[in-house]
Design a binder for this molecule. Sequence first.
Ligand code: AMP
Ligand code: GLY
Length: 435
Amino acid sequence: MKILLVGSGGREHALALKLKAAQPSPELYFAPGSDAMGELGECLPMGGEAVDEVTAWCVDHRPDLVVVGPEAPLVAGLGDALRAQGIAVFGHGAATARLEGSKAFAKAFMVRHGIPCAASETFTDLQAAEKAIQTWSHGFPIVLKADGLAAGKGVVLASSREEALDTLRAFMGGQFGEASRTVVLEAPLVGMELSLHVLVDVDQEHGRYAMLPPCQDHKRIFEEDRGPNTGGMGAFGPIPFLRPQDLERLRVDLVEPTVRGCQQDGLVARGVFFLGVMWTAQGPKLLEYNVRFGDPETQVLMQLLDEDLPRLLLEVATGRLDRATLRLREGCAVTTVLAAEGYPETAKKGVPIFLGGPDVLVIHAGTRREGDQWVTNGGRVLNLVAMGDTLENARARIARNLDHVSWPGRQVRRDIGLKALRHAQAGKGVQDPWT
Ligand code: AMP
Ligand code: GLY
């Protein structure tokens, strides 16, 4: 089987390793890939947003499957362009990718289909939005969301009206170009955040889906959830205190209406939906849709998933997903991100990495090879990934290995999964306050 994987980060390295491990092992191509991914297949000199170039390559080389990692190529229509050439793609078309590409579109979808979410209002007019902030009565922080893709920086939780007004003016003034000229103002939700991934194969004829185990990301740069937001400093899954009835609640309240909503709106889905969920005192509420796998959640999910990944993704891509339950490995997986000095503002690149033979999986997220030496080449540099029979044991395996992989200025959180572990050890569940 010949597979083209689009992307170059830690998520794609984890997907590439899982694809490669299938029997028989597929022939892998990457657009553009990375030096680490180059050890598993051939890197092509093109990125996913070069829709015409990638399509032309696929027309010439006829891969059996294209897997798209990041959201931007999907929003730009790569899925549609490839499908128009008869190529199987794991990844949504542009119409469905708007669920991530436009926060206003996503909120309207949630409201239309009765999906529990925070109260919100969408604005394109500065004065009307200013007035809404001046008369705000939903409590603080005021959540401001740039409508379009803003490289993970388009959501601000403003703790005062003044901060909200400053953010609003920056957004509407074009801080993220057209992406921030439309702004969603949203009421704050309090609770426990989780990442729910669902493989979706939905069209007018059928609405099939298969849920992956919920995991939890750690977005702040520093331990105990302090400091600025990042793309994610570590993740683990499954969440030990979620009971079967909690999973059922996620399915009934959020997943089912999403699938039915796509069908009613004529949105075809052939890929993954990653639901950002806040479990509040009133139950789970949807924060956002992503139309791609999470990073670093994927690093966890690829450990837990006990399936032939090429076959599974091809089933979704060709509208033939034939199971609602996925085979999973017993136990828990943890991934810890090792980030560069200066991340998330800037990342110090070109720093040599000491790789002292860790006995856990090492995923490359932002590295480059100089001769025999790996050097830093991005914000999130490496991820360590470990399985254990319990969350506690998976965490311990990571802890034993943290100092085997290092470089000057490396940033790491040693508390990935710790809050959930303590919550579980205290006998608490998802219904208890997450403090
Ligand atoms: P989003 O891209 O919409 O998921 O927002 C990014 C992050 O902002 C989320 O992961 C949450 O941590 C936070 N967030 C978004 N919306 C809300 C909300 N309504 N209340 C509280 N936090 C939020
Ligand atoms: N880890 C969060 C994301 O991928 O958006």
